[in-house]
Design a protein around this ligand. Structure first.
Ligand SMILES: Cc1ncc(COP(=O)(O)O)c(C=O)c1O
Length: 370
C-alpha cells in the first residue's frame, strides 16, 4: 500500500494506540480485583513512552514501571500527578534525592538500597514510599531469601518506609507447564505472609495467563500490551500494535545466476525482478534476518534475499505483477500477517528484541485514540 503521507525517512513505523489500549483493557478484564499496571521501560519497548503512557493513562492505567531513573524523570511530565511511576532498578548511591524531587517511587532490590532510602527518610523527617523486590527464583534482582529473612526478623528494619508493594518476577511464565512457576508462586506467598498488609505483585504479561493465583494486587504487563504473544505455543490473543513499512529505492531485473548483496549469499535461480528497500541493520532490522526475512505487498509474501546492509535490504518481487512496484512504494516489513513474533522466530530471537531494536530513524505515526 502506498502511504498518503510523504516520508523523508527510509521507513514508516505506525503505532496503533487504540490497539495498545485495547490490549491493556483485555488484560485488565482477566483480573478479578487486581490492578493492571503498564511496563513502559526502554521507551515503552521502543514504541515511545511519552505517547504510550498517556494513552494508557486515559484508558485507566495509574501505575507505570520504568527501569532507570532517567526514564522516570523523562516520563514524569508526560503523566498527571496521580500516576505512580516506579523505577525497577531503584536508586544508585547518591541518587535518592532525585527520586523524591521527581516524585518517583524506587523498587528497592538490596539491603544497602533499602538502608539509603531509609536514611533519606530520616534526614527529611518523613516516611518515603517504596516497593520491595524479593527474589523467588530468578537470581537477578531483589533480596535473596536470607536477606529477606534478616529484614523481616527485625521490627525496626522497615522504619521510615511506606511499602506500596512487595514484588517478585517470574523467570519462565510464558511456558505454562514450567515447574518454576508454582515454585516461585509458593515462595512469593511465603514472602507476602511475612509482611502482612503489604500488597503483592508477581505477574508480568505471561504471568497474567497463569491464572488468578498469580494476580495478587497488581500485575505488570509489558510485552503483551505491545502485541507480543504472552503464551508460548498458543494463538496470540493480543492485537498487533505496530506496522512497519519500508520505502523502495530502486527496482531492477536480473538474469538467472546474478549474485545479490554483500558477500553474494544469494544467487538468482531464475530471471528475477528485485527491489532495494531503505531499511537496514542500522535501523534495528536485524542482520540475522538475511536470506530469512519476509516482506509483503498486497498480502503477497516477498522473500528477503542476500545479506542485509546497514541502510538497505533487497527483496525478490518476481511474484508481483510487473509494474506493481515503483520507486517510493512502501512495502510491509511488519504487519498483522507478519507480526513481531514471526519476525523474531525467523531472526532467532524474541519479539521483545525486535520491538526494542526498532530504529530511531523511522518516521513515526501514532494512530487512533483521539
Ligand atoms: C520486573 C519486571 N516486571 C514486569 C516486566 C514486564 O514483563 P513482560 O514484558 O514480559 O510483560 C518486566 C520486563 O522485563 C520486568 O523486568
Amino acid at each position: 500500500m502506498t502511504d498518503q503521507h510523504p516520508i523523508r525517512a527510509g521507513a514508516l513505523l505506525s503505532i496503533d494506540l487504540d490497539a495498545l489500549c485495547d490490549n491493556w483493557r483485555s488484560l485488565k478484564a482477566k483480573l478479578a480485583s487486581a490492578e493492571c499496571a503498564a511496563v513502559v521501560k526502554a521507551d515503552a519497548y521502543g514504541l515511545g513512552a511519552e505517547r504510550v503512557a498517556p494513552a494508557l493513562y486515559r484508558a485507566g492505567c495509574r501505575n507505570f514501571f520504568v527501569a532507570h531513573l532517567n526514564e522516570g524523570i523523562a516520563l514524569r511530565p508526560a503523566l498527571p500527578a496521580d500516576a505512580s511511576i516506579y523505577v525497577l532498578h531503584g536508586p544508585h548511591p547518591g541518587d535518592e534525592r532525585e527520586f523524591v524531587h521527581h516524585r518517583l517511587v524506587p523498587v528497592l532490590n538490596s539491603l544497602p538500597q533499602l538502608g539509603a532510602w531509609q536514611a533519606l527518610a530520616r534526614d527529611l523527617d518523613t516516611v518515603l514510599p517504596a516497593i520491595l523486590q524479593v527474589d523467588t527464583g530468578m537470581a537477578r534482582l531483589g533480596l535473596a531469601p536470607d536477606e529477606f529473612d534478616r529484614l523481616v526478623s527485625s521490627p525496626a528494619s522497615l522504619l521510615g518506609l511506606s511499602l506500596k508493594f512487595i514484588i517478585s518476577h517470574l523467570a519462565s511464565a510464558e511456558d505454562q507447564d514450567n515447574p518454576a512457576n508454582p515454585l516461585q508462586l509458593a515462595r512469593f506467598r511465603e514472602a507476602m505472609a511475612r509482611l502482612p498488609g503489604v500488597p503483592g505483585s508477581l505477574a508480568n504479561s505471561s504471568g497474567i495467563f497463569l491464572g488468578d493465583d498469580y494476580h495478587f494486587n497488581l500485575v505488570r504487563p509489558g510485552a503483551a500490551l505491545y502485541g507480543v504473544a504472552p503464551v508460548a505455543g498458543q494463538a496470540n490473543p493480543m492485537r498487533p500494535v505496530i506496522r512497519l513499512q519500508g520505502k523502495v529505492l530502486q527496482t531492477r531485473t536480473i538474469a538467472a545466476g546474478t549474485a545479490v548483496g554483500y558477500s553474494h549469499t544469494w544467487t538468482a535461480p531464475r530471471p528475477s525482478r528485485i527491489a532495494t528497500v531503505a531499511v537496514g541493520y542500522a535501523d534495528g532490522y536485524l542482520r540475522s534476518l538475511s536470506n530469512r526475512g519476509t516482506l509483503s505487498c498486497d498480502g503477497i509474501p516477498l522473500p528477503l534475499i542476500g545479506n542485509i546492509s546497514m541502510d538497505t535490504l533487497i527483496v525478490d518481487i518476481t511474484d508481483l505483477p510487473e509494474g506493481r512496484i515503483t520507486e517510493g512504494e512502501l512495502l510491509d516489513l511488519a504487519d498483522p500477517l507478519n507480526g513481531v513474533d514471526a519476525i523474531a522466530a525467523r531472526a532467532g530471537t524474541i519479539g521483545y528484541e525486535i520491538l526494542t531494536s526498532l530504529g530511531r530513524r523511522y518516521a513515526r505515526r501514532y494512530l487512533g485514540e483521539f
